[in-house]
Design a protein around this ligand. Structure first.
Ligand SMILES: NC(=O)c1ccc[n+]([C@@H]2O[C@H](COP(=O)([O-])OP(=O)(O)OC[C@H]3O[C@@H](n4cnc5c(N)ncnc54)[C@H](OP(=O)(O)O)[C@@H]3O)[C@@H](O)[C@H]2O)c1
Length: 298
């Protein structure tokens, strides 16, 4: 493989599966836009699509996959179990498979470590938490409908709590977490690496109306290298060993976000981005009935 063929690169998971390094994100991609976005991405060469039951667009994502003409088996599909579905894992996966129009997904993630009561989204179940959900999710790969299982938005504290559960058997293959230079989480990345958990970087561009787009260090670096700021952020994520799933519904951006081959950042350039002074998370936990982030990657 040529040097830095990021768009062909995969990361090997603890199950032996290979997750493509660059994928297309679809949070906030409206149903009427996402079908085309997925088609454009797959025709450009993307082989990894990230969606979730909570995004309300799985049906259109599935249509975009079919429109693309790319065979199903060449595509990595990730979807996620929604918080109010924790007691209904079986129904959750069946709903996602039906909406997507596929008979298996490559990766099924617990979207958040929050077992929210569907009758009152402000309440957490008193008799169920993410450990119970994981005990159910562990049963899925045997059915062939889910190739790999993982978690999302887990910090060190909740991972430790999960591992301590007496029913815990399967190490998550992936932890999908917010990662960009304003939320680099080096401690959590190291912890996951030590446990053999691959991390996928979400909000890798800083999300909608990203403050990173105005960052002086990033802008100057991108200009110097003749790259877009988005490309620089994606290279930063890839060079840290994380897969990246930039979201866009704009065809030119979908295409340029995939033009990464042969490009790289030097150690010095990586360090400059590691040292941006601002720290913030796009996706906090204030909207959940339970706290899931405990500061400093915990
Ligand atoms: N597990 C979780 O809890 C979780 C949470 C958040 C996100 N995610 C996943 O991660 C994906 C990515 O995160 P995200 O959607 O928060 O944000 P993101 O990918 O960091 O940023 C998306 C924003 O950047 C814009 N954009 C994309 N490419 C660009 C470019 N080349 N130049 C300028 N702007 C560009 C997009 O605009 P346009 O679309 O208008 O082009 C959109 O507003 C999500 O879509 C989702 O699949 C998962």
């Amino acid at each position: 493989m040529a040097q830095n063929s990021w768009t062909k690169q995969t990361f090997k998971l603890n199950t032996g599966a290979q997750i493509p390094a660059v994928g297309l994100g679809t949070w906030q991609s409206k149903p009427n836009q996402v079908r085309e976005a997925v088609k454009v991405a797959l025709q450009k060469g993307y082989r990894h699509i990230d969606t979730a039951l909570a995004y309300g667009n799985e049906h259109e994502v599935g249509q975009g996959i079919k429109d693309s003409g790319v065979p199903r088996e060449e595509i990595w599909i990730t979807t996620k179990l929604d918080n109010p579905w924790h007691k209904r894992v079986e129904e959750g996966i069946e709903s996602s498979l039906k909406s997507l129009g596929v008979d298996y997904v490559d990766l099924y993630l617990m979207h958040w470590p929050s077992s929210t009561d569907p009758d009152d989204l402000k309440k957490h179940y008193p008799d169920w938490d993410f450990r119970d959900t994981w005990a159910e999710m562990q049963k899925l790969p045997a059915s062939g409908r889910v190739k790999n299982i993982g978690v999302s938005n887990f910090g060190i504290k909740n991972l430790e709590k999960l591992f301590a559960d007496e029913r815990f058997k399967t190490m998550p293959a992936v932890n999908q977490i917010e990662l960009h230079p304003n939320n680099p989480s080096p401690k959590l990345l190291d912890y996951c690496k030590e446990k053999g958990i691959h991390c996928t970087a979400y909000s890798c561009l800083g999300s909608t109306d990203s403050p990173l787009a105005k960052d002086k260090t990033l802008k100057e670096l991108a200009e110097k290298k003749g790259l877009s700021t988005a490309q620089v952020l994606l290279l930063w994520g890839l060079q840290r060993g994380t897969s990246v799933i930039p979201k866009s519904v704009t065809p030119e951006r979908i295409e340029s976000n995939f033009e990464l081959d042969g490009k790289s950042l030097s150690d010095e350039e990586m360090k400059a981005l590691d040292s941006l002074p601002d720290r913030f998370k796009v996706c906090g936990d204030a909207w959940l009935p339970v706290k899931v982030f405990f500061g400093d990657d915990e």
